[in-house]
Write a protein that binds this ligand. Structure first.
Ligand SMILES: [Zn+2]
Length: 454
């Protein structure tokens, strides 16, 4: 059994920090303490660095087809970009095909993820709800899929309120969770037509068609449906101050509500739709205003938001600009899986908005707990050796082309970033060393247990 000794670093967990060494034996953390020795172990010097539990991205779409366009990143490229950024595990959305079973979708995603360069688990996106799907839920749990997703929007994916209600009832019985994409589909379709009829057809029409209330109404509706179903629920990619308000109101009533936001809703605003490359920023929900980003930062600070996922769903500029004259047809989504850690460190920790401990909670620990991964999210004896050695001294700038993902653009191009994942261990093996890829293909499927809502 190979062993690695990480010396001289400062271990950061969600619960606190200490200057400690970390001994890894095989795929587990064997010991955490001061002045550890291990004859024969490979040494990694973490002087001046933080030692963090590997990051978990709660929201990626690798190899997804959206309206005839296939994302620029599949598992091979996306998982590599993830690992380079310190993300040791992605939770990707296996998506039920029209008329297909959940089992078929799961097999399809397992096949696609073979050979990935970071660990992975799956949420299962339920595109239609019926008795057959209900009967498949326990077999999903047996296979390590303990969270689901439902969309209030998109042809071929949208489910109705009654289906959400039934699914919430059934998933709650199994201690599993449904994440919901909250927007009002019927209203936004009409608004798209209104905006187009007013003569606005380019990317700047996108946020006009889906203003804050389109999300907030849907969040409020989900909250009441979950209340009626007596079930916990999870809002994916929360983007507005008003949506946050609705979710907090449900929490105040005593409901179990979990919230995810994304770096783009913390760092970018809808002013970008007027840029020459405005199509790049077409994603749903759309980018918002500074008042929203500020509300979301405050919610991170106060612990009201649980997780940060990227919603990495990358398309090339050619794929996007093909429809630059009709915003309603531009493939929705943007790249981000590589930069979540750097962005949160630079604009959260270095700017004094959150602590390093909060960063670890948001990037790793909270997701591990909520999504049934008790062996992850913490640097402690017995835990899985998914570890990031974070070098805070690094400084760089994101450009459209200096990224590891297989897409020719980044919504964060021009952003200065501080810190980077210097070394990344995947179950005890060095995937990234000195900021460069050392070994691809080390990713393994993470069989998740039931969700922990407490
Ligand atoms: Zn998504």
């Amino acid at each position: 059994m190979s062993s690695i000794l990480i010396k001289n670093g400062v271990v950061i967990n969600a619960s606190g920090r200490a200057r400690q060494d970390v001994l890894i034996e095989g795929d587990k953390i064997a010991a955490v303490g001061q002045s550890l020795t291990a004859p024969g172990a490979e040494m990694l010097d973490a002087e001046g660095c933080f030692v963090l539990p590997g990051f978990i991205d709660t929201h990626t779409h690798f190899g997804l087809e959206v309206g005839g366009a296939i994302t620029a990143d599949n598992f091979a490229s996306g998982s590599k970009a993830a690992a380079l950024g310190g993300t040791t595990c992605v939770l990707d959305f296996a998506t039920q095909a029209p008329g297909g079973s959940l089992q078929q979708a799961l097999q399809n995603w397992h096949a696609q993820a073979q050979g990935a360069s970071c660990n992975y688990g799956f949420h299962m996106a339920i595109a239609h709800w019926d008795e057959d799907v209900r009967q498949e839920l326990p077999t999903m749990v047996e296979q390590g899929v303990t969270s689901f997703k439902m969309y209030m929007v998109y042809d071929g994916l949208k489910v109705d309120d009654g289906q959400i209600y039934s699914a919430l009832q059934e998933t709650a019985k199994l201690d599993t969770l449904v994440g919901v994409h909250c927007e009002n589909w019927e209203v936004l379709l009409r608004r798209i037509r209104e905006v187009q009829l007013s003569g606005i057809t380019g990317p700047e029409g996108h946020p006009l068609s889906r203003p804050n209330a389109v999300e907030a109404e849907a969040v409020a509706r989900l909250m009441r449906i979950a209340e009626l179903a007596q079930a916990p629920c999870y809002v994916v990619h929360l983007s507005t101050a008003e949506g946050l308000e609705e979710a907090l109101r449900a929490r105040a009533r005593g409901q179990k509500v979990f919230l995810e936001t994304c770096p783009q809703y913390l760092l970018l605003t809808d002013a970008r739709y007027g840029d020459a490359d405005g199509a790049k920023f077409v994603m749903s929900p759309p980018l918002r205003k500074a008042v929203d980003t500020e509300a979301l930062w405050q919610a991170l600070q106060s612990g009201q938001i649980n997780t940060i996922g990227t919603d990495h769903c990358s398309f090339t500029m050619a794929q996007k600009n093909k429809f630059v004259q009709d915003f309603s047809k531009i493939p929705n989504g943007a790249a981000g899986v590589q930069h979540r850690g750097q962005l949160l460190y630079t604009y959260g920790v270095c700017e004094g908005r959150i602590t390093l401990e909060q960063m670890v909670a948001l990037l790793s620990a909270n997701a591990a707990k909520l999504f049934g991964m008790p062996d992850y999210g913490e640097i402690a004896p017995g835990k899985a050796a998914d570890v990031v050695i974070w070098d805070p001294a690094y400084e760089g700038c994101i450009t459209d082309t200096n990224t590891a993902h297989n897409c020719d653009n980044s919504p964060y191009a021009g952003f200065i970033v501080k810190g980077r994942a210097k070394d990344v261990l995947l179950h005890g093996e060095l995937a990234v060393q000195g900021g460069s890829f050392k070994q691809a293909g080390l990713g393994k499927y993470i069989h998740r247990s039931r969700c922990d809502f407490d």
